[in-house]
Design a protein around this ligand. Structure first.
Ligand code: GLU
Length: 464
């Protein structure tokens, strides 16, 4: 059996980081098994679903690199088919027309409350014959079992049992003939050939209601995996209070997508002690039995740590490409050709220990900035008269040096020695002259990336 998974977001707001993780789990499960990963936009709530929100979801998926097969499916586009299935259930006796008015239903509930019995509506129309039906507005309800219990197997939660007297005859078609969401989900999953439903455990109760439709139609049921929600560091449901909750916010904070995928995969799923892994490894390893039963806690430190490892391990060209996308996403200036080339030359020394794109750009400041360099407050303290004098003494030596790391180290070391200084003492003034910053890549890396002419010009500027 070939695996088909789906991600089924409702476009009623931003793409929540928890939903992004749901999408990732479905993507990993399908991609690791040569299966299909489908995207269905659950836009039946017309009042709250917007085209902008749909676009935000697609953008988020694209940013995270979660590619789906085929075109995204719009649930509202399948309404006719949903109605057809409701009618099929009516025809095969698994559903019925209910003519109870809202007032009658409310009266039923009031009485139940007074008598302290179940307020789940029990329609008097469940067992009537067609011939007895009035010509009046009605809904179509499913016939749910009233006795016994239902057990569903879930790959994460195990066997979950529900008492059938807790199920009501849910509405399939409203009195205006429109299908309800619960019906739409099942019909679409069936028609899309979904074999595995992997989603948040806030949908676990829905699974029992949806099960009625599978049973009524005699359809094969998908394998279920309801994954625990994500909590904040304090053990409460992840919310704004803990920091960013929207996937796009992580994009604009500058986390690399590969690091994000790695971190989100580890959030609620584990493979032994592995923390840092590639997509290929995640696809190979990901399985439903590695998903934990208790909610994972979002740990910003861990996210940064993993992202830093991914930046360091990234291919330079791929990293530059992603950096450009980051600049576009944040509305920042594009890199000029010279800046781009400089970053391409310097990427080897920039990508060590940068956890986000803003950190990478900060390390690249010496490349991105132009002469004359204006030292920031901290680094300007390293440029006193004495150090300026030494920089100016260094310049002619550099003019004659061959531009290799060994030669540059030799030149700087010998000038330091004539002043009875440790080489490290010269690093501060050199950083100030070359980058205008106190924290930079190593001075020799900067010299190599800037080249001889630019390095000397900056030292002359600083010592002038
Ligand atoms: N549309 C639902 C949501 O956004 C998901 C439904 C499902 O996965 O079955 O929470």
């Amino acid at each position: 059996m070939s695996v088909v998974t789906r991600f089924a977001p409702s476009p009623t707001g931003a793409l929540h980081i928890g939903s992004a993780r749901t999408a990732l789990f479905n993507w990993l499960y399908a991609r690791g098994r040569g299966g299909q990963f489908l995207l269905r936009i659950e836009d039946t709530d017309k009042a709250r679903s917007t085209a902008e929100n749909t676009q935000v979801i697609l953008d988020g998926m694209n940013w995270l690199g979660l590619d789906w097969d085929g075109d995204p499916i719009s649930q509202s586009g399948n309404a006719e088919r949903h109605v057809e299935v409701a009618n099929a259930l009516l025809a095969n006796g698994q559903a019925y027309k209910c003519f109870s008015t809202p007032e009658e239903i409310e009266a039923f509930r009031e009485k139940a409350r007074a008598e302290k019995t179940s307020t789940l509506f029990r329609s008097p129309w469940r067992d009537t014959q067609d011939g007895d039906h009035p010509d009046a507005p009605h809904v179509i309800r499913i016939k749910a079992p009233r006795d016994g219990q239902t057990t569903l197997h879930d790959e994460v939660q195990g066997d979950v049992t529900w008492q059938n007297d807790q199920l009501d005859d849910m509405i399939l078609l409203r009195s205006d003939g429109t299908p309800v969401y619960m019906l739409a989900v099942v019909v679409d999953d069936h028609d899309m050939g979904v074999t595995h439903v992997i989603r948040g455990d806030d949908h676990l109760a829905n699974a029992f209601r949806q099960n009625l439709i599978y049973e009524g139609m005699g359809w094969d049921k998908p394998t279920l995996a309801h994954i625990p929600l994500i909590f904040g560091p304090d053990g409460k449901k992840l919310s704004k209070r803990h920091g960013a909750t929207g996937a796009s916010e992580y994009q604009t904070m500058g986390y690399p997508a590969a690091g994000m995928r790695n971190y989100l995969a580890r959030l609620g799923w584990s493979h032994g002690d592995d923390e840092f892994f590639s997509d290929a490894q995640a696809k190979e390893w990901f399985d439903l039995d590695g998903i934990g039963k208790s909610p994972a806690r979002f740990d910003f430190k861990k996210l940064e740590n993993i992202c830093g490892q991914h930046i360091a391990a990234s291919d330079d060209a791929a990293l530059l490409h992603e950096l450009r996308n980051f600049l576009t996403a944040t509305g920042s200036d594009e890199l000029t050709k010279a800046q781009f080339d400089g970053m391409a030359r310097g990427m080897y020394c920039l990508k060590e220990r940068a956890k986000t794109f803003p950190e990478l750009l900060e390390k690249a400041h010496f490349i991105l900035t132009n002469r004359p360099i204006t030292p920031d407050e901290k680094s300007s303290k390293n440029l006193d008269d004495v150090s300026r004098g030494i920089l100016s003494e260094l310049t002619p030596h550099l003019q004659n040096a061959s531009w290799t790391r060994d030669a540059l180290e030799g030149v700087v070391a010998s000038v330091a020695e004539t002043h009875d200084m440790k080489l490290g003492k010269l690093a501060g003034p050199l950083r100030a002259a070359l980058a205008g910053r106190a924290v930079t890549p190593s001075v020799f890396d900067m010299m190599l990336v800037l080249g001889q002419d630019e390095t000397i010009a900056r030292l002359q500027d600083a010592s002038a």
